[in-house]
Design a protein around this ligand. Structure first.
Ligand SMILES: O=C(O)CCC(=O)C(=O)O
Ligand SMILES: [Fe+2]
Length: 347
């Protein structure tokens, strides 16, 4: 490919809007280029309190140094919401174990008492699992989620305007109970999970609209822009958040925007890596309609990926449940036995 991208653009979110409150043409052009041609970029100026990013990473690292027993007390196999602790080597991506352990969390809400059989994804609403003896984890993670929710909404507004839509085009699917997801992740050095080989997390696309990732300084995240053979490294950049687009934007724009494939290499032996991905995602019952793109952009839409291993579904709830069932087979067998083994049959 002649126009292969070799770097990840960096945008300053604090300069996105001009004095009149509207997004500036310069910001919108840079955003459209990054979103359409790379699908990954970094943002600075996103409104974190001084030191908030490093404090969060330090708190996450401290949690993963607690005895295994304390982490296992939060075992996600007890959670129909797939919330809580995933043990090393038990998450599966593309059929292979990942070299990471993690806490998954989301909005703290009461589970629904009655869930219709054809909407099993509504069971994803529920409680988090936090370590009572280490309260700083919940505090830092939930504060982060609040900040990320506003960054996610602002970026989605800017992305909407950059492709010719009103700023609030996607506001309705997020109204009320957006089902965002947060992860606190610890990657272990090569060799700790032998069956993972060099895979920190295997290649995949994310399920929601916009992913906002805080990574430490170790590195290892790589992306493959559409139609490109070469993988690009996402260099750890102090003060920046990594942003990538999820499958819902690919579905909505018929592939003008794409859920760019990415993966993480396991750190070298003896090195640990920490990251905090946040997936800004709509209500579980949201169904995402295709948008009307301006003709010049519609001409560059590539269609939605038709990977048989990963069907993209316009129901957000179905799409995300598909991902959970595939990545956490043990938890899936316990709580969703009727759905396991039928990929794409999640409702
Ligand atoms: O940890 C990272 O750098 C990326 C993680 C990721 O892609 C994911 O959890 O979806
Ligand atoms: Fe991802």
């Amino acid at each position: 490919m002649t126009n292969a991208r070799t770097t990840i653009p960096i945008l300053d979110l604090s300069s996105a809007r001009g004095e009149d409150g509207a997004f500036t043409p310069e910001f919108l052009d840079a955003l459209r280029d990054a979103a359409h041609n790379v699908g990954f970029f970094q943002v600075t100026g996103y409104g974190a309190r001084a030191g908030q990013d490093q404090e969060l990473l330090d708190t996450v690292a401290e949690f993963f140094r607690l005895p295994l027993e304390d982490r296992l007390a939060l075992d996600n196999r007890t959670s129909p919401q797939f919330r809580g602790y995933t043990r090393l080597g038990t998450e599966i991506t593309r059929g292979r174990a990942d070299a990471r352990e993690q806490i998954d969390y989301g909005p703290e809400r009461e589970p629904l008492i009655e869930v219709p059989a054809d909407k099993p994804y509504l069971r994803l609403q529920g409680h988090n699992q936090w370590p009572a003896a280490f309260p700083q984890l919940e505090k830092a993670a939930m504060e982060w989620a609040e900040l990320m929710s506003s960054v996610g909404a602002e970026l989605l507004a800017a992305i909407s305007v950059s492709i010719g839509l009103p700023e609030d085009h996607f506001a309705e699917p997020f109204a009320g109970t957006p089902a965002w997801m947060g992860k606190l992740v610890h990657y272990v050095g090569t060799g700790v999970v032998p069956e993972a080989g060099g895979q920190g997390v295997g290649l995949h696309a994310d399920y929601g609209f916009v992913t906002l990732l805080l990574q430490d300084q170790v590195g290892g995240l790589e992306v493959q822009p559409y139609g490109q053979e070469e993988w690009i490294a996402v260099p750890p950049t102090p003060g920046a958040l990594v942003v990538n687009l999820g499958e819902m934007l690919e579905v909505a724009t018929d592939g003008y925007l794409m859920a760019t494939i990415h993966r993480v290499a396991a750190p070298p032996a003896g090195v640990d890596r920490y990251s905090v991905p946040f997936f800004w995602s709509p209500r579980l019952d949201a169904v995402i309609e295709k948008v009307d793109l301006p003709a010049e952009l519609a001409a560059e839409a590539r269609g939605v990926s038709d990977d048989p291993e990963n069907p993209m579904l316009s129901s957000y709830g179905q799409n995300v449940l598909k991902g959970w069932l595939r990545a956490h087979p043990e938890t899936a067998r316990i709580h969703y036995p009727e759905l396991v083994g039928r990929p794409g049959a999640a409702g």
